[in-house]
Design a protein around this ligand. Structure first.
Ligand code: ADP
Length: 174
């Protein structure tokens, strides 16, 4: 990297939805790099609970006070998303050992595709090491205190989603 060049990074993921674990990584990465672009992956093979617009809205609202962070959506390969944004770094979060194997594979693949782009792993804060979007969805479903796991806008969206679902079920039963 040339002296004086800005260090830009991308942080890709599904963010279905964003949790405090993701936010922890975003906040810490934003202190390391000059500019951080959070990328929400469009063509994910997982069937998402939240639409792209909802995920975008939740992420943008959550990071609105972090001035060097922007949120975009992308399709295709992370490496292309990094290139398109002039980023030389890909940020990923590591929670537990089981994340390690897949994350390593992804990082090695990306490096073989473009050796100029480095993957930077940030270890999760201990208090979020158990947390995933899937866990948050489950806790929200059982109405068991999801506020501790996700930002307020996400907790509200969960309520709306599950209320609608319960409503529909009530309807079909009656
Ligand atoms: P993906 O489908 O690409 O794994 P996710 O939205 O689940 O997308 O995760 C995006 C990134 O955030 C991944 O690097 C993942 O390991 C990391 N991550 C997810 N949850 C946490 C957490 N609780 N703490 C730290 N990193 C996390």
């Amino acid at each position: 990297m040339l002296t004086g060049e800005l260090m830009k990074a991308v942080y890709p993921g599904s963010f279905d939805p964003i949790t405090y674990g993701h936010l922890d990584i975003i906040t810490r990465a934003s202190r390391i790099v000059d500019e951080l672009v959070v990328g929400i992956l469009v063509n994910n093979t997982k069937r998402p609970m939240f639409t792209m617009d909802e995920r975008l809205e939740m992420l943008r609202e959550t990071v609105k006070d972090l001035h060097n962070v922007e949120v975009k959506t992308f399709e295709g390969m992370t490496i292309d998303f990094a290139r398109q944004n002039g980023a030389k770094v890909i940020i990923r979060g590591l929670r537990v050992i089981s994340d390690y194997e897949t994350e390593m594979q992804i990082a090695q693949t990306n490096r073989s595709l473009d050796p100029e782009i480095e993957t930077l792993f940030l270890s999760t804060g201990l208090e979020y090491s158990f947390l995933s979007s899937t866990i948050a969805k489950e806790v929200a479903f059982y109405n068991a205190g999801v506020e501790k796991l996700v930002p307020p806008i996400v907790a509200r969206k969960f309520k709306e989603k599950y209320k609608k679902k319960i409503f529909k079920e009530d309807f079909s039963n009656g």
